[in-house]
Design a binder for this molecule. Structure first.
Ligand code: SAM
Length: 231
């Protein structure tokens, strides 16, 4: 893995300071008493976010806002999610280096890079072909070797590598796709936004116990682009 925190120039230093400020904003937002349920983000997740160059994952014309705590547009009408939401969803997975993770919605590849730092292996699916190709290229250029990106409909999962310890979906489903529930390991965790485009979507943490029974917990209200495909 590259030493992304190496600060070799004034520009690197500026990016690094901007990342630290972004991380502080996430830390504060997570504890906001007006949140659905304030919960701290683990220091491990915040440390990874302090080192990943988010500016490399956003289009040139959006770079000025790369470290703001808000979503940004990326190519093909999609978005890179708000850093606080990225931190929250990652934290809910409780990743460790033994974990194999399925990500649905590679987008820019930023969330994929975070998963790659915290898990053993990441399988990521993106329905828009050119986004999948661009993210795979960038992740490879940045030295992320434990990641595989595939173009395709992630609502069907990626059965060849199932079961997964964790599954994260970064687009909103109208209902939780059954293949993702099936491909989750007993003891596994699935984080997914659920709700239609015009509805208030809810971020769910779904856990599967050793008997294969599911528990659903609503974490927060969110707004995501829709999960497409599914036919
Ligand atoms: N996590 C991404 C990042 O860090 O840039 C942001 C993801 S963006 C909010 C949601 C992504 O999900 C979009 O790139 C969209 O094309 C993708 N998507 C939507 N439906 C999908 C599906 N059925 N399978 C795979 N990807 C899908």
């Amino acid at each position: 893995m590259p030493h992304i925190t190496d600060v070799n120039s004034e520009t690197d230093a500026r990016h690094y300071l901007a990342r630290l400020r972004m991380v502080e904003e996430i830390r504060v937002m997570a504890l906001d008493p007006y949140n659905f349920e304030p919960r701290p983000i683990s220091e491990e997740v915040l440390a990874v976010m302090a080192k990943i160059p988010r500016h490399r994952f956003v289009p040139e014309e959006e770079k000025f806002g790369a470290y703001g705590n808000f979503p940004l547009p990326i190519e093909h009408g999609q978005t890179i999610s708000q850093p606080y939401i990225v931190a929250l969803m990652t934290d809910l997975l409780e990743l460790d280096k033994r974990h194999r993770v399925l990500e649905v919605g590679t987008g820019s590849g930023y969330q994929t890079a975070i998963l790659s730092e915290l898990a053993g292996k990441v399988y990521s699916m993106e329905i828009v072909d050119p986004l999948a190709t661009a993210a795979a290229d960038l992740l490879s250029k940045l030295g992320y070797r434990n990641v595989e990106v595939k173009a395709g409909d992630g609502s069907k999962g990626w059965p060849e590598h199932a079961p997964y310890d964790c599954i994260i979906v970064t687009a909103a489903a109208t209902q939780v796709p059954q293949p993702l529930l099936d491909q989750l390991k007993p003891g596994g965790r699935l984080v997914i936004p659920v709700g239609g485009r015009m509805e208030i979507q809810k971020l769910y943490l779904i856990t599967k116990d050793s008997a294969g029974l599911f528990q659903h917990k609503v974490i927060e209200s969110v707004r995501f682009v829709p999960l497409t495909g599914g036919d």
